[in-house]
Design a protein around this ligand. Structure first.
Ligand code: HEC
Length: 195
C-alpha cells in the first residue's frame, strides 16, 4: 500500500512538473503549417492557442495545482467503472479459458481498488474482506483452473466475486448498484486466430 502510494504520488508530481515546464503551445514546427491543437483533427478549432483560457489549466501555484490534480484523479466512481469493465472481462476470460488474461484482470481490479481507497480511505473498511479474501480466492482459482486441477467451475468463482462486490455496495449504502454477470460480450479481446 505504501509503495503504491509513493508511486502514485511520484506519477502525480511528474505530471505536474512536466506540465509546469511545458511550453504553452508547441513550436510552429511541431504544430505543422495548419497549426491545429496538439490533438485536434486537421481543420478543427485550435483549442490550445496561447490566448485561450485552457492553455494552462493546471495552476502554477503548487498548492492549488495539487487540489486540482486530486479533483481530476477522482474518487471511487471512475475506478468502479474500470472495475466493472474488468470484472466482465474476467468472466469472459474464464469462458475462453484465457487464464493469463484472467490473472491480468484480477490484478488490475486489485490495483484499481487499492488506488481508489488511497484516495477515499473512509471506504477501506468495507473493502477489506474483498481485498483480503475475495481477491486471493479468485487468484488461486485461476491458478488451479490453468493447471486443470480445479473441481470448481470458474463461473461459480466469478459469481462469488460478484456477491462480494455487492457486500461492499451494501456496506457503502449503494445496494441499488446491483452487479450482474452479463451474457453479452462487448470486449475487443477474445481468443482464436486474429484476422
Ligand atoms: C469499497 C467497496 C467496494 C467494492 C469492493 C466494490 N465496489 Fe463498486 N462501488 C462502490 C461504491 C461506494 C460505488 C459508488 C460510487 C461512488 O460512491 O463513488 C460503487 C459503484 C460501482 C459501479 C458504478 C460506477 C459508475 O459510476 O458508473 C460499478 C459498475 C461497480 N461499482 C462495480 C463493482 C464491481 C464489479 C465490483 C467487484 C468486482 C465492485 N464494484 C466492488 C464500492 C465498492
Amino acid at each position: 500500500m505504501k509503495q503504491i502510494g509513493t508511486l502514485a504520488l511520484g506519477v502525480a508530481v511528474t505530471i505536474v512538473c512536466m506540465t509546469a515546464v511545458a511550453p504553452a503551445v508547441p513550436s510552429k514546427s511541431a504544430q505543422g503549417s495548419s497549426s491545429p491543437g496538439r490533438d485536434a483533427p486537421s481543420g478543427a478549432v485550435d483549442d490550445h492557442a496561447e490566448d485561450k483560457e485552457n492553455a494552462h489549466w493546471l495552476s502554477s501555484d503548487w498548492g492549488d495545482a495539487r487540489d486540482q490534480a486530486e479533483r481530476h484523479f477522482r474518487g471511487l466512481d471512475v475506478a468502479m467503472m474500470e472495475i466493472g469493465h474488468r470484472f466482465r472481462e474476467l468472466h469472459y476470460a474464464g469462458i475462453d479459458h484465457n487464464w493469463p488474461y484472467a490473472q491480468y484482470q484480477v490484478e488490475k481490479i486489485e490495483l484499481a481498488l487499492k488506488l481508489a481507497l488511497e484516495r477515499r480511505p473512509k471506504r477501506a473498511k468495507s473493502a477489506k474482506p474483498f481485498l483480503d479474501e475475495t481477491i486471493p480466492y479468485v487468484k488461486k482459482a485461476i491458478q488451479a483452473a490453468s493447471k486443470r486441477v480445479s473441481a470448481e467451475s470458474f463461473a461459480s468463482v466469478v459469481d462469488r466475486m460478484r456477491a462480494d462486490c455487492m457486500k461492499c455496495h451494501v456496506a457503502e449504502n449503494v445496494p441499488h448498484f446491483t452487479v450482474y454477470i452479463r451474457d453479452t460480450r462487448i470486449s475487443v479481446i477474445g481468443t482464436g486466430e486474429a484476422p
